[in-house]
Structures are given as structure tokens and as C-alpha cells.
Design a protein around this ligand. Structure first.
Ligand SMILES: Nc1ncnc2c1ncn2[C@@H]1O[C@H](COP(=O)(O)OP(=O)(O)O)[C@@H](O)[C@H]1O
Ligand SMILES: [Mg+2]
Length: 239
């Protein structure tokens, strides 16, 4: 469904993404992990049309090279950000509505907004002002706004960051429901290996923009090169 081939992004001298190839199948939960600065968020910025790149990315065989972000959203690719990006003065309902306006070529669709509020369990909170929400609320709203564009693929950038164990459970359950019940393919960047092992069908590990490993999350996380480059750090952080 989504295929990156020989994807490269340079910022001046820095090669943030280096000849990276991977492919995501429809229906998968696909994980991306790697140390800070590995190029994970940059990969999202390339997929969503924020930056130009060398190599190619195709979605159902259509090249995304040179395509502007709103066109990519209308093709069915949506994302969230590492630090929740919301409109602080809007209500929850309006915030979800922004996604509906942005991604849907027919414009605002109140039924779609309503079903997303219900899906996220935010009906009661619809009139709350976004700036009054806690971190989990803001994350859910950002996911809701992304879902309102009617994506076929949703890119999540470290959705668990800053969450406690209970919130992590909650978000994992939400991601599973988006995947299984809504039928949305998921790509998730995450730092927590336990979450990736439980949640993903396939895992890509990158370091310095380069692929270290890709495959079954249980197998990939056992590879010595992965443990050396990444897991040592992550386990040290966890414990
Ligand atoms: N717009 C930019 N301009 C210059 N350097 C950037 C830019 N975006 C990211 N980088 C650099 O690219 C590298 C990869 O960053 P990023 O993709 O954010 O890493 P990750 O998400 O894996 O932590 C880092 O060294 C970062 O400083
Ligand atoms: Mg990042």
C-alpha cells in the first residue's frame, strides 16, 4: 500500500534519512523505532509532503514526490505530531471539524464529526475548550482531527510519550480499534519496545537514517545489532 524506495533526505551536510526502503501492507500496524535523531519524524515529514526528498514514496502505486500536503491528505494519508498540535481556542467538536474540512474534498461533514466524537468517547466533552484538556485529551483530539480526514493510513508519532501506564493501555486499545474496527492502516513511531512488540505486525528499526532491521517485532528486537544500537538505551530508560 505504502512503499518507500531509496528514500534520502539531506539537511545541508546532515543525512537525516539515508537510502531507506520499506513497505507497509494494507491493514497492518507497522512500527518504526530507533534512537533520538534517527530520522523517524523526518520520514513522516517526507510521506506527508512537508519536505522534498530523493528516491520515491508511492501510495497504491501513485508517486507522492512533489505532491502538496493537502493532496496527500485527500489521497488518504493523515498524521499526528510528537507534541500535540491542536487549536487551543476551539472546542473539541470544532477541533475534530477542522480535520473534516481539511481532508474531505466535500468539506465539513457533521455526521463524520459526530461518529468520531462517539468513537473516541468525547461526546460529553464536545464543548470543552481545547486548552482546558489534559495531555491525553489533547492526544485523543489530535487523533480525532486526523481521523476526520477519512484516512486509509494514519501515521502516529510517539503517541505514548509522556503518558502513564494506564494512559498507555488506553491509547493502545484506541489504536487497535482504529486499525480493526475502522479498517485504517497504522504506522506508529514509538519508543516503548513493549508497546511495539504487543501492538505491531512488523517493525522497522532505523539509526542515523539507515535501516538496521525490519521484520517480526519479536525477532527484530532479539537481533544483537538492534539491542546494541537501541534497546540498551531504551531498556535503561524504562528501568
Ligand atoms: N528541518 C530540519 N532542518 C535541519 N535538520 C533537521 C530538520 N528536521 C530534522 N532535522 C535533523 O534530522 C535528524 C533526524 O531528526 P528526526 O527525524 O526529528 O529524528 P527522530 O524523530 O528519529 O528523533 C536530526 O539530526 C534532526 O536534528
Ligand atoms: Mg521524532
Amino acid at each position: 500500500m505504502l512503499q518507500a524506495s531509496h528514500l534520502t533526505k539531506k539537511f545541508g551536510e546532515l543525512v537525516a534519512v539515508n537510502d531507506l526502503s520499506f513497505s507497509v501492507e494494507e491493514g497492518q500496524v507497522y512500527g518504526i523505532a530507533g534512537p533520538n535523531g534517527a530520522g523517524k519524524s523526518t520520514v513522516y515529514n517526507l510521506i506527508t509532503g512537508i519536505y522534498s526528498f530523493e528516491g520515491d514514496i508511492t501510495f497504491d502505486g501513485i508517486s507522492l514526490s512533489g505532491m502538496p500536503p493537502h493532496k496527500i491528505a485527500q489521497l488518504g494519508i493523515s498524521r499526528t505530531f510528537q507534541i500535540p498540535q491542536t487549536f487551543p481556542s476551539l472546542s473539541v467538536e470544532q477541533g475534530v471539524g477542522v480535520g473534516s474540512r481539511f481532508g474531505d474534498s466535500d468539506g465539513y461533514d457533521s455526521e463524520n464529526v459526530e461518529s468520531i466524537l462517539e468513537f473516541l468517547g468525547l461526546e460529553e466533552d464536545r464543548n470543552l475548550i481545547t486548552s482546558d484538556l489534559n495531555l491525553l485529551g489533547k492526544k485523543k483530539l489530535m487523533i480525532g482531527s486526523a481521523l476526520a480526514t477519512r484516512p486509509r493510513v494514519l501515521l502516529l508519532d510517539e503517541p505514548m510519550a509522556g503518558s502513564n501506564a494506564h494512559e498507555i493501555r488506553d491509547l493502545m486499545e484506541l489504536i487497535r480499534r482504529i486499525n480493526k474496527d475502522m479498517g485504517v492502516t497504522i504506522i506508529v513511531i514509538e519508543h516503548f519496545m513493549k508497546v511495539l512488540i504487543e501492538l505491531t505486525d512488523k517493525l522497522l528499526i532505523i539509526e542515523s537514517g539507515t535501516k538496521i532491521a525490519e521484520g517480526d517485532p519479536n525477532e527484530v528486537t532479539q537481533l544483537p545489532e538492534v539491542i546494541e544500537s537501541y534497546l540498551g538505551d531504551a531498556y535503561a530508560d524504562d528501568n
